[in-house]
Design a protein. Structure first.
Lengths: 321, 321
């Protein structure tokens, strides 16, 4: 089989041939058709991730064939029995376990689910990690209800876009923020009602004038601007946090939190049950994940460079066959 | 009737005689036996509160007699129909509505509840605001379950102490923080398993060594130390915030929030249903609120000065008769 091998941080992935995989007790071999990148993969190659091990095949997202059937892989491994949080043994697929940047993967059969029939290989590979994260954050944690007003920050990333598509499908009125006006326009084509550029001063006041206030805010930036997001909440509002690219939260008013009875809710990946519910939701609403660009597997380093530039709108996919 | 009149900020309350109250349509007159102080009253006299109006009778907590029956007053006015947050018209009893620092009060009959039989007047007056706030934060917002580990910061204040007594009664293992070792010892007598002095460096590491981690943390300080509290959460942990005496939250790691799937939950006062549930809980567990000291109504200014010193352990009560 062919694979992109992660040998060391700050080094390109090595496109190479390794021995074909054989099924063992409790695990099966899937012939991969497509994989998708996540920021996690980029952070690992940059040495910006905990517990890095090499050599290893990266990649959390994959779709392929198992015994003649089209399957999609749940990248959430060994969550455990507590629906509220993952256990210590929990892992995201791809480092330390060999991941999907290859033509084959060996994985526990219970991680496989029928691929939604309305998706092609690339769209299906774009779904698992982003879809699971967005689903748990929006519905399990923030308990989004029809008719509510939602703000999604940093539109263009995989999870943010899935959250936009899910929230629109659920009957919410959705606004977005982005660093570029172009991405706001693209989000509007996907059903967003409007948006603001967070690089422009007074973006929070503009949002307030545009939307009033928000029942649910989905954020992965955190940092110094987080307090402004909290200030945009309606009474009883929920803020879902699934990342923190801008670092520590500062200048957050406790008065806003307690007087408005706000909930700030952390979320990571999801349970097996969350994954199944997400797939059902995607099928029921015929949601098609947005693919920004597809690269051949052997050009995986180009795909990572494309992600590093941060210009993408949607998932970056690898064609594995 | 006699009353303590709030005439202006930074001025002592005026102990004076005003005309007796007469019941009107929709409201009744209660003959007060005892009232209790809250920090809210102190903040108003210091000009540290929004929407200050004078003249007015302060005081949110009261117990008294109505038609020969002992009653306790729910100080949460016009919450509205949304259980998740209060509506705009919501008010805490005592400014702008005349409050309990008097021998009589005029109030909507629905705010009255039978006084728990196991309490005397002073204990009953100590219960409403602190009990309601602690109950909603612990149970409605943080969903405390039997057997969980709880941390309560700043023990000695009214809400913190009620939260300690409620959590112990609910079968939780409770730890506390305080600025004095003496208050920690007193908390242990009330059922706390242990505690640390937050003025000593490494208090969070000491707590970690002592307790492991916490499922629920109840805080009203916020400020720069809040990130350390969040770091003490177990996976799936909940942090209830009902105040913010140390000001804005800084240096809070989003990675801890999302990876541990933590919930930070603001809480203020409570619904009429929360108040009833709180009273039932207090009766079922025969909980007796801690009274630090009782002053005669006419010495209300001394009572406020006593609160300002911050040495109290429990509620400061006014004897109204």
């Amino acid at each position: 089989m062919n694979a992109l091998l992660f040998n060391a941080v700050h080094a390109p992935l090595e496109y190479t041939t390794v021995p074909d995989l054989k099924p063992e007790k409790g695990v099966v071999v899937v012939d991969l058709h497509a994989a998708a990148l996540n920021h996690r993969d980029l952070y690992i190659t940059q040495g910006q991730y905990a517990g890095i091990q090499a050599p290893c095949i990266l990649g959390s997202d994959g779709a392929g064939e198992y015994q003649g059937k089209k399957v999609i892989i749940n990248p959430s491994l060994d969550w455990g029995t507590n629906p509220n949080a993952q256990q210590k043994q929990f892992r995201v697929l791809g480092m330390p376990d060999n991941g999907t940047f290859a033509t084959q993967i060996i994985i526990a059969k219970k991680q496989l689910h029928p691929m939604p029939e309305h998706l092609n290989w690339e769209q299906a590979a774009a779904l698992p990690l982003a879809g699971l994260t967005a689903y748990r954050t929006l519905f399990t944690r923030c308990k989004l209800r029809k008719g509510e007003k939602v703000l999604i920050s940093g539109i263009g990333g995989g999870v943010a876009l899935m959250a936009l598509q899910f929230a629109v499908a659920a009957g919410a009125t959705v606004f977005v923020t982005s660093g570029t006006g172009e991405k706001i326009k693209q989000a509007e084509k996907l059903g967003a009602k409007g948006g603001v550029n967070y690089k422009e001063g007074g973006w929070d006041k503009d949002l307030k004038a545009m939307a009033g206030g928000f029942d649910v805010i989905i954020d992965s930036a955190a940092g110094d601007g987080f307090g402004q997001l909290a200030g945009l909440c309606n009474p009883g509002g929920r803020v879902g946090i699934y990342g923190g690219t801008l670092g520590k939260i500062n200048n957050l008013s406790p008065q806003i939190i307690f007087w408005k009875q706000i909930s700030i809710l952390g979320s990571t990946m999801g349970t097996a049950s969350n994954f199944k519910s997400m797939l059902q939701f995607v099928e029921r609403h015929q949601i098609v994940p947005i693919v920004d660009r597809t690269f051949p597997l052997k050009l995986g380093n180009d795909a990572l460079k494309h992600m590093e530039k941060g210009q993408q709108f949607g998932k970056i996919v690898l064609n594995c066959v």
